[in-house]
Design a binder for this molecule. Structure first.
Ligand code: 2AM
Ligand code: CA
Ligand code: CA
Ligand code: CA
Length: 282
């Protein structure tokens, strides 16, 4: 079993402290930032706040653990190939921090208050700590492998819905308009009439934290990256839920097309996505 500390320093305490500091800074910049750039297209935004938050997070982590590796969204060239290559290049690291400094940039830019900081720590490729912080609701979601998951100090458990027709399910609309988006829209079209309702709120990490907290019964999305999911996946598994890819293979850091649920509706969701040609091929 990996330890959660080096000397007296707790990995989890550093993850919590770092996510909180970055989140408070991001919140202070809401409606007060200048530079806005697009990465691939007008759908894919990045701001000085994304970059500043990542810098802050890197510095804080490296202050405590100078020999650890860090994979952060803003340190990687845009596009699916570069992000897969960056993950592979770092897969040898014993301790790898996986960071999305601001998940939900589009929401942040528009002042829609649903975004988060996501920080995970993997030991030899397995996520052992996951923290997601929503500065607007002041909710901190924390999981340690084998030790459960908590929001604001309260133990979380996934929802109890047994059928899709009783379930609130979330997804995302990926910015890749040519490939990932049409695949995901197949799923939206097929599932919308079958679930209680769908939510598309714009932060994959927060959607996953909500599955862990039992506020959503499931979530799927095509074309995500490791930093969107690493913390959320551990939160869900430690809350009693199930995380796979859209084909049903177990979660790992390399998963791009994710299916997460309370477990009970997992198979029903997977079948619907398969029937709708919405599992993706990335
Ligand atoms: P971001 O805000 O950190 O960029 C919404 O569907 C989700 O898609 C968000 O979690 C968003 O993360 C993510 N996302 C944004 N750009 C993306 C891209 N180019 N490829 C895949 N996912 C992306
Ligand atoms: Ca982004
Ligand atoms: Ca993200
Ligand atoms: Ca981001």
């Amino acid at each position: 079993n990996p330890s959660f500390t080096v000397g007296s320093k707790s990995f989890t305490a550093v993850a919590i402290n770092t996510a909180s500091k970055a989140g408070e800074w991001i919140q202070s910049k809401l409606g007060d930032f200048n530079s806005l750039h697009t990465k691939y297209s007008s759908h894919d935004l990045v701001t000085e706040v994304d970059k500043g938050a990542e810098k802050m997070i890197r510095n804080l982590i490296l202050t405590h653990f100078p020999h650890h590796s860090i994979l952060g969204e803003e340190g990687v060239e845009p596009g699916p190939l570069a992000s897969q290559q960056a993950l592979e290049a770092m897969s040898d690291a014993e301790y790898l921090w996986i960071v999305d400094p601001l998940d939900g940039t589009t929401n942040f830019v528009h002042g829609f208050p649903f975004f988060s900081v996501s920080i995970a720590l993997a030991h030899k490729g397995e996520v052992i700590v996951g923290v997601i912080y929503n500065p607007i609701s002041n909710e901190l979601f924390v999981a340690e492998k084998g030790k459960g998951a908590y929001v604001k100090g309260k133990r979380m458990q996934v929802s109890s819905e047994q059928k899709l027709s009783d379930s609130l399910i979330a997804t995302g609309l990926p910015p890749d308009r040519n490939h990932a988006l049409p695949i995901n829209l197949n799923g939206v079209q097929a599932l919308a009439p079958k679930v209680r309702n769908l939510r598309i709120a714009g932060s994959a990490a927060l959607h996953m934290a909500y599955v862990a907290a039992g506020r959503l019964s499931g979530f799927w999305e095509i074309g995500l990256n490791s930093w969107d999911m690493a913390a959320g996946a551990l939160l869900i598994m430690e809350s009693g839920g199930t995380v796979t890819d859209t084909l049903g293979n177990p979660y790992s850091l390399g998963v791009r097309n994710v299916l997460a649920s309370n477990g009970a509706v997992h198979e029903e969701l997977r079948k619907e996505l398969t029937a709708a040609n919405a599992v993706g091929t990335l």
